[in-house]
Design a protein around this ligand. Structure first.
Ligand SMILES: NC(=O)C1=CN([C@@H]2O[C@H](COP(=O)(O)OP(=O)(O)OC[C@H]3O[C@@H](n4cnc5c(N)ncnc54)[C@H](O)[C@@H]3O)[C@@H](O)[C@H]2O)C=CC1
Ligand SMILES: O=C([O-])C1=[NH+]CCC1
Length: 312
């Protein structure tokens, strides 16, 4: 019988995962994904069903890297007063040879960090030169991880936040040590911004093309269902649109499907040098999230966890 799986908690993941290690591995994995070589990556679009609002399975196999993994995720309606996240997830690492589960890893920190890291990679590739102003729409879990990585790897003169309520935007600004300007409207937050991150649970557009400075880069992270929107048609039609996965974007993104916008390229195509990065134009990175990103993060965590626990 195979050994029982290890369980790696959220605190352990937080202590083991660093953006400086994760970002280069994600860049490598995104590039492999876009080459569509099945020995590098097999990652179908996630399967979803709605028995409890939204239940998703995100399997990935990376033969050459010896990784077999799946994330299980679930959205739920936050109960008043609950501190639990609205996206719950767990990552399972399986033995690629025998299929037994080797590790059960809390998915919250992984989801927060790998999503923010993918957005940061999009900004590295697509934001205008000398970007000075970052605007964040939304103030939840993803807003925090995006603030952390964007301020760790870039230098902005100003960071702004807008959220559904002023109180939640102020809590976010307090969490960030007061270094963030709280804005009274999404328009106020994004006017003149060079980089805009949308991390809301909106189902209707909260970001309009008419507000955006030409040449700005938008990392659009929410609206991951075919009938949900964060961005309006004007922006989707004006911008050069990139995605993590073209198949994922066409199947899951309301902003792509309902606007009729074309996905110009994947981030991996830019990393492979097979598509240009149109930094001089207004760009949108439509992020849906990929099992591949969880697999890379979970492998990093599991390898570090084993190294640490074999020494003790
Ligand atoms: N692309 C990806 O890889 C991933 C995307 N997501 C998506 O990112 C979004 C944010 O996720 P979390 O930060 O974990 O959620 P959260 O629940 O922690 O935060 C959501 C934020 O959206 C705001 N919000 C809710 N409804 C809104 C509306 N109608 N208009 C404007 N703002 C609204 C809330 O006030 C809050 O600030 C969600 O849509 C989630 O599905 C989450 C994980 C990965
Ligand atoms: O990739 C992911 O984990 C998610 N994408 C949308 C919600 C959660």
């Amino acid at each position: 019988m195979a050994a029982a799986p290890v369980v790696i908690s959220q605190d352990e993941v937080r202590s083991l995962l660093r953006y400086r290690d994760l970002i280069p591995r994600l860049e490598d994995a995104l590039a492999k994904f876009s080459r569509r070589d099945s020995a590098d990556v097999i990652q179908p679009v996630r399967s979803t069903s709605d028995p409890i609002q939204y239940f998703g399975l995100m399997p990935t196999y990376m033969e050459n890297d010896g990784v077999l993994c799946t994330k299980v995720l679930c959205f739920y309606k936050r109960q008043a007063g609950s501190a639990l996240p609205s996206v719950q997830s767990t990552v399972l690492i399986l033995d690629p040879e025998y299929g037994n589960v080797q590790a059960v890893i809390d998915g919250e920190v992984i989801t927060g960090m790998r999503t923010a890291a993918a957005s940061a990679i999009s900004a590295k590739l697509l934001m205008p030169a000398r970007a000075e102003v970052l605007a964040i729409l939304g103030s939840g879990h993803q807003a925090r991880s995006h603030y952390s990585v964007f301020t760790e790897i870039f230098t902005f003169k100003e960071v702004r936040v807008w959220s559904q309520t002023r109180a939640s935007a102020e809590r976010f600004s307090d969490w960030a040590g007061g270094a963030v300007r709280v804005c009274g409207s999404a328009e106020e937050a994004v006017r003149g911004a060079d980089v805009i991150v949308t991390v809301t649970r909106a189902t209707e557009p909260v970001l309009l093309g008419q507000w955006i400075k030409p040449g700005a880069h938008v990392a659009a992270v929410g609206a991951c269902r075919p009938d949900w929107r964060e961005l309006d048609d004007a922006l989707m039609k004006e911008a050069v649109v990139y995605a993590d996965s073209k198949e994922g974007a066409k199947a899951e993104s309301g902003d792509i499907i309902l606007s009729g916008a074309e996905v110009f390229a994947e981030l991996g195509d830019i990393l492979n040098g097979t598509s240009p990065a149109h930094r001089e134009k207004t760009t949108v990175f439509k992020s849906l999230g990929m099992g591949l990103e969880d697999a890379v993060s979970a492998k990093l965590v599991f390898d570090r966890w084993r190294a640490k626990n074999s020494q003790t």
